[in-house]
Design a protein around this ligand. Structure first.
Ligand SMILES: NCC[C@H](CC(=O)O)[C@@H](CN)CCC(=O)O
Ligand SMILES: [Zn+2]
Length: 328
């Protein structure tokens, strides 16, 4: 046999197999999506997301304390207001007494080492459930929507968020948000993580149930990317990079590994995030429950695929599990 034909010598040993990975999963790569509700003492199980709950701010120490001890380094907050008056412009989104702003302050106080990102969108706060403001005919009114999203982001930054992450997919919101952060004095102390390539996926169901954020009519196909749209994703990534995004995100993750690769190629000097969304998480659990594979092995296999594709940051509901598994 030719010398060049023999590869197995390079990975016959478990340690040598580790060396074959370009990037190994570490705790600092994990960002934990968490749901904050406006009942301060709540701890409500989310049936569609195994092991996940909606938490009130009075329970954050009980919830996050053990995870911080295990090495939790970042969270991304999703507000789930159940006792507020939703309206056409998502007024409750940046209510100073609302769950997100209260949670930013509480987590800063309780866990000063934890990096706090905030998802910025209006769908959890609008009475129509869309991610932006609407025209009279029910279509998205892009410009005022982008302006409102930027306004919410600046208010989160003022409350102490380390990072704002607009998941709305409005055109031009990154430029507006970056300009707003700079003008408000936060351009150099608040990260702008753009959900640049976010697809109109069928994998958001459990989240929408958890956050009560499904659109009251229609869908999000006119502002989230078509699943087959590789060119649009590449253009959105280039656009957001040019508009001042500090981190580029692809979402969902597993069905879009090629887009993660595109992002790494198009924005080689930016951290690349990917979001293993609620439906991916639920799907992996369902397969393990059905005996198709071992849960831990599959969770690592999916994370390794995202790292191999070029991700440097993974938003995942598996974060608490990985904190245990990476310790072992
Ligand atoms: N801003 C929209 C929420 C959005 C998807 C959607 O419901 O369209 C995601 C949150 N950023 C869902 C995330 C998930 O499914 O885990
Ligand atoms: Zn939204």
């Amino acid at each position: 046999m030719d010398i060049s034909s023999v590869l197995q010598g390079g990975y016959h040993h478990p340690l040598a197999r580790k060396w074959q990975a370009q990037r190994q999963l570490t705790k600092s790569m994990l960002m934990y999506p968490i749901f904050i509700t406006d009942d301060p003492d709540a701890k409500v199980t989310i049936s569609s997301l195994p092991g996940q709950c909606r938490w009130g701010i009075n329970r954050l120490e009980e919830f996050l304390g053990p995870l911080v001890k295990k090495g939790l380094q970042s969270v991304i907050l999703f507000g789930v207001p159940l006792n507020c008056v939703k309206d056409g412009r998502g007024t409750p989104a940046d209510d100073p007494s609302g769950p997100v702003i209260q949670a930013i302050k509480k987590i800063r106080e309780l866990f000063p080492t934890v990096y706090i990102a905030c998802d910025v969108c209006l769908c959890e706060y609008t009475d129509h459930g869309h991610c932006g403001l609407l025209n009279n005919d029910g279509t998205i009114n892009n410009s005022p929507s982008a302006a409102r999203i930027a306004e919410v982001a600046i208010n989160y930054a003022k409350a102490g968020a380390h990072c704002v992450a607009p998941s709305d997919m409005m055109d031009g919101r990154i430029k507006l948000m970056k300009r707003g952060l700079i003008d408000a004095g936060f351009g150099n102390r608040c990260t702008l993580m753009s959900y640049s390539a976010k697809f109109a996926s069928s994998l958001y169901g459990p989240f929408r149930e958890a956050a009560g954020s499904a659109p009251s009519y229609g869908d999000r196909k006119c502002y989230q990317l078509p699943p087959a749209a590789k060119g649009l994703a590449r253009r959105a990534i280039q656009r957001d990079t040019a508009e001042g995004a500090d981190i580029i995100m692809v979402k969902p993750a597993l069905p879009y590994l090629d887009i993660i690769g595109d992002a790494a190629q198009l924005a080689p000097d930016h951290p690349i995030a990917c979001y293993q969304v609620s439906g991916e998480f639920a799907m992996i659990h369902a397969g393990a429950k059905a005996g198709v594979y071992d849960l831990r092995t599959m969770a690592f296999e999916t994370a390794d695929s995202m790292l191999r594709a070029g991700a440097t940051l993974i938003l995942t509901y598996f974060t608490p599990d990985f904190l245990d598994w990476l310790e072992a």
